[in-house]
Design a protein around this ligand. Structure first.
Ligand code: CTP
Length: 399
């Protein structure tokens, strides 16, 4: 998404300034052109030469430097930016922006830009908690500036708390999010992900090949578009997407209970989880021993179809299901769309190359209740997720 984009990166004076070098590298790797503006304090921590070498562009430091102004003045830089990011953003810069002060190269260029702006603050935890800093940030948010919450952890100043600059890879993803629509602002989205596990005994279970990647991509995409997201997740190895609330479950029964506990407030419900259709009738209390002569057969009983239950409760909310198929994709997907009372079904042939479980991409067919169908090419799962939300936005407008 960042390919061909011009990113202006402001670097303020904080110990996290060194992490901005890694961020630049990620932007360049993604195909962006990067121009760095450093405040005078930032230059106490990192030299401009580092950024110049990484970007292949002159680094901007002085507002009234005749050479820099002739080469590419601050107004021209502000105009050329497709995206404007400040990482790390200090309390001082935040205070200046919130008060409309433009007294150096960075604050002046931000004032002059029409590009979307992302701030990644990093500071001592007491400074972060200071109500003036928080009020300033609220004011900036009201003016359309996007703010990333700092991470919590061990800070360079010796304190433990909130104030760490997020990982550069996370800032990079948030930068991409500036290019996405914010059409889910104020919406609550419930997503399920991963494959459930049905216990045979305390150490064995019946599972499936789902990695949870598609559901997690949906959660991240919904958050990027401004939604409040609850992700009900069966066991996966994936980290919680930033800003998403994860509820962990193991079995289909626990997923059912968690979905029922959280569904009432959701405007959009998406069931991407691979839920077991059957579970052992009895789960042994102790590990079944090889030699015990215990049952060689496992008797199964059906689990509740969670999506079908949601279909009965949905009202005028948007309900999206998945259909994982190995044959007769369209026919099976249409039956599920109808029988489970869905607005949209995301159908995929899990045997197709680049699709299905535990791969980074997916190839899906989106089928709407209105009979509309859209076949997407093989895309990274985050892009598939955004296409699903584009489709949902169409459904909402259609209503
Ligand atoms: N689903 C669910 N609860 C279940 C089984 C499935 O909520 N107990 C949901 C899945 O999350 C998915 C959709 O139903 O969104 C379709 O799941 P899928 O496994 O493709 O189909 P099933 O309905 O289980 O039917 P079949 O196994 O016969 O294909």
């Amino acid at each position: 998404m960042l390919k061909g984009k011009t990113i202006v990166l402001g670097v303020c004076g904080g110990i996290a300034a060194y992490k901005a070098a890694e961020l630049v590298r990620l932007y360049i790797k993604a195909g962006a052109e990067v121009h760095v503006i450093m405040t005078s304090s930032a230059r106490e921590f990192v030299t401009p030469l580092t950024f110049q070498a990484l970007t292949g562009q002159p680094v901007h430091t002085e507002l009234f430097n005749l050479y820099q102004e002739r080469e590419i003045g601050h107004i021209s830089l502000a105009d050329r930016a497709d995206l404007f990011v400040v990482a790390p953003a200090t309390a001082n810069l935040i205070g200046k922006m919130a008060s409309g002060i433009a007294d150096d190269m960075l604050s002046t260029t931000i004032m002059a830009t029409r590009a979307p702006v992302l701030l990644a603050p990093a500071m001592n935890s007491n400074m972060w908690d200071n109500t003036l800093v928080q009020e300033n940030l609220e004011r900036l948010k009201r003016h359309g500036i996007r703010v990333m919450e700092p991470d919590t952890g061990f800070l360079a100043c010796g304190w433990e708390g909130k104030g760490k600059l997020p990982d550069p890879a996370e800032i990079c993803l948030e930068t991409e999010a500036l290019l996405r629509p914010s059409d889910l602002q104020g919406r609550q989205v419930l997503i399920t992900a991963g494959g459930t596990r049905e216990a045979i005994d305390p150490v064995r279970y019946i599972g499936n090949a789902s990695s949870g990647k598609m559901g997690y991509a949906l959660a991240r995409a919904a958050r990027q578009r401004g939604a409040e997201v609850v992700l009900i997740s069966a066991p996966t190895a994936l980290p919680v997407p930033r800003g998403v609330r994860r509820v962990e479950v193991t079995s289909a029964a626990q997923m059912f209970e968690a979905v029922m506990n959280h569904q009432a407030s959701a405007h959009i419900l998406i069931k991407a989880a691979a839920v077991a259709d059957f579970r052992p009738l009895v789960a042994a209390g102790e590990k079944i021993k090889k030699r015990s002569g215990a049952t060689k057969e496992i008797r199964l009983e059906a689990t509740t179809d969670i999506l079908r239950e949601l279909g009965a409760l949905k009202g005028d909310r948007i309900l999206v299901g998945f259909a994982a198929e190995t044959n007769d994709l369209l026919a099976h997907a249409l039956t599920k769309l109808e029988e489970k009372n869905l607005d949209l079904i995301v159908a995929n042939d899990v045997t197709a190359p680049g699709a299905g479980f535990d791969v980074e991409t997916n190839r899906v067919l989106l089928i709407g209740r209105d009979g509309s169908a859209e076949e997407l090419p093989c895309l990274p799962k985050l892009d598939v997720a955004h296409s699903i939300f584009d489709c949902i936005a169409g459904l909402r407008t259609g209503r």
